[in-house]
Structures are given as structure tokens and as C-alpha cells.
Design a binder for this molecule. Sequence first.
Ligand SMILES: [Zn+2]
Length: 89
Amino acid sequence: MIYRQHYVVLAMLVLLSVATLLLLAGCPAPEVKEDSPVPPSTTVYITSIGRKKYHQADCPALRKGNIPITIQDAKSLGYTPCKICKAPD
Ligand SMILES: [Zn+2]
């Protein structure tokens, strides 16, 4: 009998945990995945002409003469992330 009661409590705890998880999963979580910190030494690419945007290496907006630079330097020079290639912020 004692064992059975113990089992019921345990089952309820498991159900509660599952319900909590389901609730959490059901909530439309705000997209905060992009908040993961980008190392300042990440290499991005800038162009010597055009707007002050920095890019990822495979960005279609990059034309010839792209210059590799760390994201830290790009930012300190006033560059902002390109929206086409979704360069890290
Ligand atoms: Zn780009």
C-alpha cells in the first residue's frame, strides 16, 4: 500500500512536469535565438564602396574587393549588419 501511494505521487509529479513542459512549448516563444553572443573576433566582410554594411562571406551583395575585418572593428567603424545575408549583430 505504501508503495502504491508513493507511485501515485511520483506519477503526479511526472504529469506535472510534462504539463509544464507542454505549456512552455506551447507558448509562442519570442525569437531570442539571435541573442547568442557573437565573438568579437568573428570575421565579416566590408566593401570599400557603398553603404556601411558588413556581410558574411557568401553574401550576394558582396562585390569584388571585399575586405575581411573582425566584427568588433566593423562595428567600431560604424558598420551595421547586412540584412540580406543576416550578418551577425
Ligand atoms: Zn550581406
